[in-house]
Design a protein around this ligand. Structure first.
Ligand SMILES: Nc1ncnc2c1ncn2[C@@H]1O[C@H](COP(=O)(O)OP(=O)(O)OP(=O)(O)O)[C@@H](O)[C@H]1O
Ligand SMILES: [Mg+2]
Length: 308
């Protein structure tokens, strides 16, 4: 459920009412403490420190001043944020604000886009993932990715799940591989629906089943992190609920970053939310806090549907 954000409160001090008016007029932000924050201009392109809690203890990813350029266009502007273990981080914001770009920084998928350039530092478990010594294939095996549109390979259900383990040599025998395919499909909540047709083409599954198959394929590689870019946007409410239940179970073992346009989904599945706007990270923090008491006016405007 989404709560109305708490309005800026007066602390009874002489200037608070005036300050509160200025919030409405000039885009200043009044924190619940009564302190007025003056965000740097988001239009100017100058780096702005996000409001909220950017750091976590023992992060899986630490991103510091990460910028992404597509040619001369800057799509991500000096983003600084940690990603926690065994937790879901929701990345939200209007179309074009850089959510997918941010996600692709984490597994170096922007490397595959001609003209894309990433600056700043991203560490995973303390290691710089953009270092020359980093094996990118190995990095991507540690970081699973699920896309908006389910993209099963034109192979059987079994071969889709077995694909990653085969290319990464993760199992020693056919029995081991069978076991891994079974556990991956079971964890993805798909086993019962496909156990009698493992050799049938994956393309014959429904959209929601295909998306769970893609999640099973991701799990089979035994990643440490799962990135999901609008994984439910093509699904009906029942299939969506299924995926959301799955995300809730998976977070016991994985760090998950999910991009979503659904505020309800962000509120339901995530523990932490990051709000992006025009390439900048505006605010990040505990999901309950972000939805009940956003500190930045832009966050409040977005989550209450005033723009975006
Ligand atoms: N391959 C690319 N080449 C050039 N520009 C790109 C490329 N991919 C993204 N951009 C630009 O970078 C900016 C951020 O795009 P991105 O796809 O990260 O946004 P998004 O927040 O994921 O949007 P949406 O919600 O619509 O998916 C946009 O202005 C977009 O046009
Ligand atoms: Mg996107």
């Amino acid at each position: 459920m989404i709560h109305e954000p708490r309005r800026a409160e007066s602390d009874g001090a002489g200037g608070a009412a005036d300050a509160s008016r200025r919030v409405a007029d000039g885009g200043l932000n009044l924190k619940p403490s009564g302190r007025v924050h003056v965000p740097e201009s988001l239009e100017s392109g100058s780096p702005t420190r996000p409001l909220g809690e950017i750091s976590v203890q023992d992060p899986v990813f630490s991103c510091r001043d990460v910028s992404v350029f597509y040619g001369i266009k800057q799509a991500l502007k000096s983003v600084t944020i940690d990603v926690a273990r065994r937790q879901v981080l929701a990345a939200i914001g209007p179309s074009g604000c850089g959510k997918s770009t941010f996600l692709r920084c984490l597994n170096r998928m922007n490397d595959t886009i001609p003209g894309a350039r990433v600056t700043g530092t991203i560490t995973m478990d303390g290691q710089d993932i953009y270092s020359k010594r980093q094996d990118v294939a190995q990095l991507r095996a540690r970081i699973g990715m699920v896309f908006q549109k389910p993209n099963p390979f034109p192979k059987s259900i079994y071969d889709n799940v077995a694909y990653g383990p085969r290319i990464h040599n993760l199992t020693r025998s056919r029995a081991d591989l069978d076991e891994l395919v079974f556990t991956s499909l079971q964890r993805a909540g798909l086993w019962d629906e496909v156990k009698d047709r493992l050799s049938s083409p994956a393309i014959g599954l429904s959209g929601g089943q295909q998306q769970r198959l893609c999640i099973a394929r991701t799990l089979a590689v035994q990643p440490e992190v799962i990135l999901m870019d609008e994984p439910c946007s093509a699904l009906d409410p029942i299939a969506t609920a299924h995926i959301e239940d799955l995300i809730e179970q998976l977070r016991a073992s994985y760090a998950i970053v999910i991009v979503t346009h659904s505020m309800q989904q962000a509120a339901r599945v995530s523990q932490r939310t990051a709000y992006f706007y025009m390439g900048q990270l505006v605010e990040v923090g505990d999901t309950d806090r972000m939805f009940t008491n956003p500190q930045h006016r832009l966050t409040e405007d977005y989550i209450t549907g005033r723009f975006g």
